[in-house]
Design a protein around this ligand. Sequence first.
Ligand SMILES: [Zn+2]
Length: 162
Amino acid sequence: MTFTRQSGGRIRISDDAITIVLSYRQLRPQDPEAGGMLLGRLISEADDVVIDSVTVPGPTDRCSRFAFFRDRKRSQRDVTRAWSESAATRVYLGEWHSHPEDRPEPSGQDLKNWRRISERSKYEQNFLLFLIVGRKALRLWEFEKGRNQPVELQREMLSIQR
Ligand SMILES: [Zn+2]
């Protein structure tokens, strides 16, 4: 699945990563909200990004139907491990979480969280990506460092590859 950035670059999410996040869709009333991190590679020459790995909720995260709280210590360990196992090429790119609605809209709390994460997290690039997994749609936003609002990225429809 590929999205187009305002810069003209592309964000590709690998099939494996898509399969994992789709398995956390909140299709049944009792399904809790889930979330994790987006990890992948920056293809610097082309302004392209590949998300090829996601983390999933663990036993120390807290989930309810309308909220998800990630264990920050475990998250940092996951990022560090991914970075070292990939010979320092796999980096932290942002966050994903699920919503119990067909076409997900970021809540006011989501926007606050994204702004806070963009300001406080450590990352190499000058933006972070935020994916919301709804029941019938995935939506992706890019939050540039120093900006106040995220920009939604459009799904590329002409691509032959997913
Ligand atoms: Zn949300």
